[in-house]
Design a protein around this ligand. Structure first.
Ligand SMILES: [Zn+2]
Length: 105
C-alpha cells in the first residue's frame, strides 16, 4: 500500500525496474510551471512565459513578471501620492501595500 502522501493523484507515477529486477512505482510531484499571473488581479501576464531565459520569462521593469501593467501603474501612483503626503498608507488598498512600500524605498 502506498504511503498516504503518495496516494494523491497530484503525484505523477512512473513504473521503474530496479537493479534487483523488481518493478516499483516511483512518485513525483508534477512541477509543470503554469502561466504567470498578476499577484493582485490574477490576470495572465502578457510577455511572460514559464520557459525560456530570464529576460524572455518576464518584462524588465519593477515587478516585471509579478504585477500586470495596470496594477503596477496603480501601485506607482499610490506610492507617489504617499511621498507627496496626499494620502496615508491606510487609504491604499491592502493588496497594494507590500508593493507600494517597496516602491517608497
Ligand atoms: Zn494586475
Amino acid at each position: 500500500m502506498p504511503k498516504p502522501k503518495d496516494r494523491s493523484r497530484s503525484m505523477k507515477r512512473k513504473n521503474i525496474r530496479i537493479p534487483s529486477g523488481k518493478s516499483v512505482i516511483r512518485y513525483k510531484r508534477d512541477l509543470t510551471p503554469g502561466t504567470p499571473k498578476c499577484a493582485i488581479c490574477k490576470k495572465k501576464l502578457g510577455g511572460s512565459s514559464p520557459v525560456g531565459s530570464k529576460t524572455q520569462k518576464r518584462a524588465e521593469r519593477p515587478f516585471g513578471g509579478v504585477l500586470c501593467p495596470s496594477c503596477l501603474s496603480k501601485a506607482i501612483k499610490a506610492s507617489t501620492r504617499l511621498k507627496e503626503k496626499a494620502i496615508t498608507l491606510e487609504e491604499v488598498d491592502i493588496s497594494f501595500r507590500p508593493y507600494v512600500e517597496v516602491l517608497l524605498k
